[in-house]
Design a protein around this ligand. Structure first.
Ligand code: URA
Length: 199
C-alpha cells in the first residue's frame, strides 16, 4: 500500500468511527472529521489538539483564527501550508471546544501514530500540550510530564520503528491570540524548526 492509500484508509476508518463518544455530535451537527492535510512527503508534521467549529464545518485543520496565526508563523520561515502536513491529535470536534477527554485521546491517538509512521517526517512539531504529552508518552521520551513552558523550542530526539525523529514542542497558535507577548517566543521557536529542517 502506498502512502496515499494508507492515509486514505485511516480517513475511512475515522469517518466510520461510530464507537467514538464524539461521533453523534459530529453527525447531529453535520460536521466533518478532520484528518489533516498537506504534503504526504512532508519533512515536518504539525499536530494540534482537536478541530474547532471552523475546522469541523470545513473538514480542514486550522481553518480559523488560530490557523491564521499558524500561517503567519510558517511564512516567517518561508514555509507554505502545502510544504508541510498539518493534523490533530483528536480528529473530531469536542462539544463547545472543551478540552479532549483522556478516553478520546486514547481512541484517536493511534491514528496519529499511524499518520506519523506513513509520512515519516523528520520533525513532528506539536502545537500545545495535548499532542506534546501524548507523543512524549507513546514515543517513550523521558521528558514526558515536563511542561510546554519548559520544553518549547527544544528539539527532543526519539527513536521510532522507522528511525530517528525529532519532536519539537511549540506553543499552540491560539495562545498568541490570548497572550500577544508569546508571539516573539513563538517566532523564535519557528526559527529552531527552520534550522532543523535545513540540517
Ligand atoms: N486548534 C487545533 O488544535 N486544531 C485545529 O485544527 C484548529 C484549532
Amino acid at each position: 500500500m502506498n502512502k496515499d492509500e494508507a492515509l486514505k484508509q485511516i480517513r475511512d476508518e475515522v469517518w466510520s468511527l461510530a464507537e467514538s463518544p464524539l461521533y453523534e455530535y459530529r453527525t447531529e451537527n453535520k460536521y466533518y472529521p478532520v484528518l489533516g492535510e498537506g504534503s504526504h512527503d512532508a519533512s515536518v508534521l504539525f499536530v494540534g489538539e482537536a478541530p474547532g467549529e471552523n475546522e469541523a464545518k470545513t473538514g480542514r485543520p486550522f481553518a480559523g483564527a488560530a490557523g491564521r496565526v499558524l500561517n503567519e508563523l510558517l511564512s516567517t520561515i518561508k514555509l507554505a501550508r502545502e510544504d508541510v502536513y498539518i493534523g490533530n491529535l483528536v480528529k473530531d470536534r469536542p462539544p463547545g471546544n472543551r478540552d479532549p477527554l483522556p478516553a478520546e485521546i486514547e481512541l484517536y491517538g493511534p491514528f496519529l501514530l499511524r499518520q506519523i509512521e506513513i509520512i515519516q517526517p523528520k520533525v513532528v512539531a506539536t502545537l500545545g500540550r495535548y499532542s506534546l504529552q501524548y507523543l512524549l508518552d507513546k514515543l517513550g521520551s523521558w521528558q514526558v510530564g515536563q511542561t510546554i513552558g519548559q520544553l518549547h523550542g527544544k528539539a527532543i530526539k526519539v527513536n521510532t520503528q522507522f528511525g530517528g525523529l525529532v519532536v519539537l514542542p511549540l506553543y499552540h497558535p491560539a495562545a498568541a491570540l490570548y497572550n500577544p507577548s508569546l508571539r516573539k517566543i513563538m517566532e523564535a521557536d519557528f526559527t529552531v524548526l527552520s534550522a532543523i529542517l535545513r540540517k
